[in-house]
Design a protein around this ligand. Structure first.
Ligand code: EPZ
Length: 429
């Protein structure tokens, strides 16, 4: 397994192109199942999870071709998908266990083919992450669902019927699964307590471009009028707000100054508010966002993760790394997942002062972290350790970086181009 070696202490300065959002591209790829015509997606990030989803769709019979990338470098691949005829309705365990977002084929596959057999995604490092809300909602749309041998077996031989779906808690992929299924259901579906994440909005825009009729996009109440079929479309994937927020914190923790090309402030308002309280300026530029410290000092602030538009759970670990070197204390409360503090013991090995009590972590800022060999455990925890390494004195070796490659496109190249002493160390074969 590869590692990443970081020698801390360099202030990051320059520009970073923000890639298309992983968590928008994944449902958008799955949406190709809803039509027998071509769906062309541009600005698709080149990530391990995208490859996994593409492989899964290929196994279902979707024709996929990569048609180059956007000007300006590797990022922004153009992918054409065409589910002319589906050859299978099974999402096998060996693929689903690698990426829980495979659950996103359940809704569109069931709506298009009248049947879907998707392996139950196992637990994951950050929590049990059940999919009971997805299943209950599809049953309300008329699906007959049985769970056996670790698989969700859903059938709707006579098609799905529109219904009112009330989610007891906000679920991003649950909302996305139901949105996609409802576009081909007979009649009208109302989703109450829908997720409002920009990635959900991006999927809705693509579905509308494919001929779906959706009202209330971006609100917590969406109304979807089902159609007999959807047609092909071309859609550009929205920039990744989590990648942008991560690099804004990289600028802050190294006392640098970064311009994040393509980043959108209206996707990061709650993050910008929290960072401003911590002493970090995020300002809009002609090409994106600029992030740097306002006057040199970092102040400890309290953070609580919430569904959008609140502070995103996917930036909690990165914010914690930043607060480790702030003046004063910071109370960080994780309300979305039950086990998303695995970066804490690794940060403490770098000299951080953190006390976890149930869903809250009290971070007392220290003047300086020290480099150490650390281990990545999940996607966002791993990038939090990279941020800490960028600010730490000495060398940090970040192991198990396959987690990183799932969500960050060429992280070490983007950071090195802005002055970081960071390199990928290939494991001896
Ligand atoms: C999406 O996961 C994202 N993944 C996650 O990003 C993100 O952290 C999460 O939303 C929250 O914003 C993708 O979009 C591919 P949820 P998802 O359903 O949809 C509980 C990353 O780092 N729940 O909104 O799986 C669940 O356990 C990843 O890129 C149920 O109980 O999250 C959690 O506590 C990590 N039953 C809460 O709801 C269900 O049926 C929110 O989960 C579904 C969810």
């Amino acid at each position: 397994m590869d590692s990443i070696r970081i020698k801390g202490g360099q202030a990051l300065k320059g520009k970073i192109h923000i890639s298309g959002a992983k968590n928008a591209a994944l449902p958008l790829l799955a949406a190709s199942l809803l039509t027998d015509e071509a769906l062309t997606l541009s600005n698709v990030p080149h990530l391990a999870d995208i490859v996994t989803m593409s492989n899964l769709l290929g196994q279902l019979g979707v024709g996929i071709s990569l048609n180059g990338h956007a000007p300006g470098g590797h990022t922004g691949r153009v992918v054409e998908l065409k589910a002319a005829t589906l050859t299978d309705v099974v999402a096998p365990y060996e693929l689903v266990r690698k990426m829980r977002a495979s659950i996103l084929v359940l809704g569109p596959l069931l709506a298009r083919a009248g049947e879907a057999k998707v392996s139950l995604p196992g637990g994951c490092a950050i929590g049990t992450r059940p999919v009971d809300l997805h299943i209950a909602a599809l049953q309300k749309l008329g699906a007959d669902i049985t769970l056996d041998n670790g698989y969700i077996h859903a059938r709707a031989p006579r098609g799905l019927r529109g219904a009112e779906i009330i989610f007891p808690m906000v679920t991003v992929t649950g909302t996305e699964n139901i949105m996609m299924a409802a576009t081909l259901a007979a009649g009208e579906t109302t989703i109450v307590n829908a997720a409002r994440e920009p990635e959900v909005v991006d999927l809705a825009h693509c579905l509308v471009a494919m001929g779906a009729r959706i009202e209330g996009i971006g609100s917590d109440r969406m109304v979807i009028a089902g159609s007999a079929k959807l047609h092909g479309a071309a859609h550009n994937v929205v920039p990744d707000r989590i990648e942008a927020g991560t690099f804004a914190m990289a600028a802050a923790i190294t006392d640098g100054d970064l311009e994040l090309i393509g980043a959108k402030m209206d996707h990061l308002n709650s993050v910008a508010t929290i960072l401003a309280a911590a002493g970090i300026d995020m300002t809009e530029t002609a090409d994106g966002l600029r992030a740097r410290r306002a006057n040199g000092a970092l102040r400890g602030v309290d953070v609580m993760t919430e569904p959008y538009p609140g502070f995103p759970t996917d930036l909690q670990a990165q914010m914690m790394a930043l607060m480790c070197v702030a003046d004063g204390a910071s109370m960080i409360t994780e309300t979305i997942f039950e086990n998303r503090f695995m970066h804490v013991p690794e940060l403490k090995r770098m000299g951080a002062n953190i006390t976890v009590h149930n869903a809250s972590a009290l971070v007392r800022g220290v003047p300086m972290l020290t480099g150490a060999p650390v281990m990545a455990t999940d996607l966002r925890a791993s990038v939090s350790l990279a941020l800490a390494g960028l600010a730490a004195r000495g060398e940090t070796m970040l192991n198990r970086i396959y987690h990183l490659d799932r969500g960050y496109e060429r992280l070490e190249e983007k950071l090195a181009a802005c002055g970081a002493h960071i390199e990928r160390v290939k494991e001896a074969a």
